[in-house]
Design a protein. Structure first.
Length: 181
């Protein structure tokens, strides 16, 4: 099994099968795919019957290739997997912004590479900064970047709970299953 398929299998394991929690603004999901996203990809049946193969295709197309996480994986598979998980859980733009903000904070006042525009879009500038960062900092730098990404993700979870009390239903699970050090 290739690494992407393993990552998606792990992601589906975390997301579970059919869920329709009353506090979830996203509505019913199957394998972590919201009904809205499933409909955009041609699924017109009941969410509880959406095939796993469609979820895998959506993860590959919309949450891996489209946001350029596949290109990130050529530099760091760990970072790419973190971005995939974050992108699925809270949106690919948030994952991109967390990476850009972290790289900006870790660039020694612009002496290692130029500050990035924090737009959530991973393009050549973000990929170049990530490559420069990892070339300079190595494995320890990758570890630090992973911590930074998880810290920003955790902060966002607290903000979501503060902004909408019903999100408190999910905060414990988000921290338990999504944040790692």
């Amino acid at each position: 099994m290739n690494k992407l398929n393993r990552m998606i299998d792990d992601l589906i394991e975390r997301e579970g099968a059919f869920v329709d929690h009353p506090d979830d603004k996203g509505g019913p999901t199957m394998y972590g795919i919201t009904e809205k996203v499933a409909r955009l990809h041609g699924w017109d049946g009941q969410m509880r019957h959406m095939p796993r193969a469609l979820a895998v295709k959506i993860y590959k197309d919309q949450f891996w290739t489209a946001p350029n996480f596949d290109r990130v994986s050529m530099l760091s598979l760990r970072v790419a997997e973190e971005l995939l998980d974050t992108g699925v859980n809270m949106g690919i733009s948030w994952a991109g912004q967390f990476l850009q903000r972290s790289l900006n904070a870790l660039n020694s006042q612009g002496t290692h590479y130029s500050d990035l525009s924090v737009d959530g879009l991973i393009g050549n500038s973000t990929l170049g900064a990530l490559k420069d960062y990892l070339d300079r900092r190595g494995k320890t730098g990758e570890d630090v970047l992973m911590k930074a990404l998880n810290c920003l993700q955790g902060t966002r979870y607290v903000e979501l709970a503060e902004a909408r009390e019903r999100n408190e239903s999910f905060v414990f699970g988000w921290f338990d299953h999504r944040i790692s050090f």
